[in-house]
Design a protein around this ligand. Sequence first.
Ligand code: WQD
Length: 381
Amino acid sequence: MAPSDLKKVLVTGGLGYIGSHVVVALLLTGKYLPIVVDNCHNAFPEAVKRCGEIARDEMGADAPQPLFHRLDLRDPAAIDEVFSKYDNEGGIWAVIHLAALKAVGESGEKPLDYYRVNVAGSISLMESMAKHNCNNLVFSSSATVYGTPKTIPIPETSPLVPESAYGRTKAMVEMIMQDTCRAAVLTHGDKGLRAVSVRYFNPAGAFPSGKLGEEPRGKPGNLLPLLAQMASGRDKSALKVFGDDYPTPDGTCVRDYLHVMDLAKGHVLSLDALDKSVSSPSDSIFSKLDVKKDGYYRAFNLGKGKGMSVLNMIEAMKKATGYDYKYEIVGRRLGDVPDLTADPALAQKELGFLAEEDLETMCRDLWNFQTKNPNGYETSS
Ligand code: WQD
């Protein structure tokens, strides 16, 4: 299809680790044209260039190319300008909203920054969506909304009791979205906003070719990219394990790691489900809802359903890299919870989502990206 025939999807935070892999997954469908907006606070414009290269590698020289606009969600006028720009080209059909500040520990030190970007920024975005009649939204939520859940693996019915400012921003935006979906039914019937929150567990790995991966600005805050940079010698700091006194098998925190491309495909499946809900309303993710009460809104876990501890991951990366990690056990990190392992059954049943790639593949792809990009995205700007 010519680019003009593709459904335009605004991807906020589309330069980021997950966002850029979502852009690739969208391009590879041949149905969606990603329009990336990002303030480059924690990412490089080089990422969107590489997404376009991957599309050409996989689909041929005339593969559709992603579009990019540098903007900050704290600037409502800039957001609106992008929507207006595409109004004359059929308009933006959907938004995948990933842009956010996302470090659990940091959110405890700078809560107002997190509320400004993650909550106020989402409100500005949704106001522009309403103004430009863009009624499909996939929101990047997080397993951290569950806090310390009573049930492991965690079902979507687990209460939202986040224990970090970051997690609270995600839970708040989910509630804002559902309220907005409810209001839309009252004012627009079935022509209003439809939204899906996807609650991420822990993405890992990189695009298999090694052309795209996790490349934050500065030292990675997350365990996996840090382990990769340590093994390559790019990061020479000492590895600290934040606590081994949790109620878990080896005392270190347990997380549910899934391949970043599996996670990215979960976003495409969510968009497909929103599209199908209009064309086949009786057989959709909303068909069992009382939409007048609930709005056209659903939330799904995107996880693998397999918990791995910090020490498990260090061992897995030792196997993948051949690097013998030395680590020091230090105190717990603010906001960490013992175990976030998903029950992925609902997303599998209703979206057809399945995190197929195994841990060895995640670690191998992560290491492949690191070795192919020893200094990250060199042409950074
Ligand atoms: C994993 C485990 C750390 C670094 C992620 C995303 C966040 C959000 C929630 C989606 C924890 C431990 C880490 C280190 C360590 N995702 N660790 N030493 O905290 O689960 O957060 O999921 O919304 O955006 O980042 O991932 O990789 O930071 O930590 O011991 O140097 O590794 O304490 O138990 P986390 P992480």
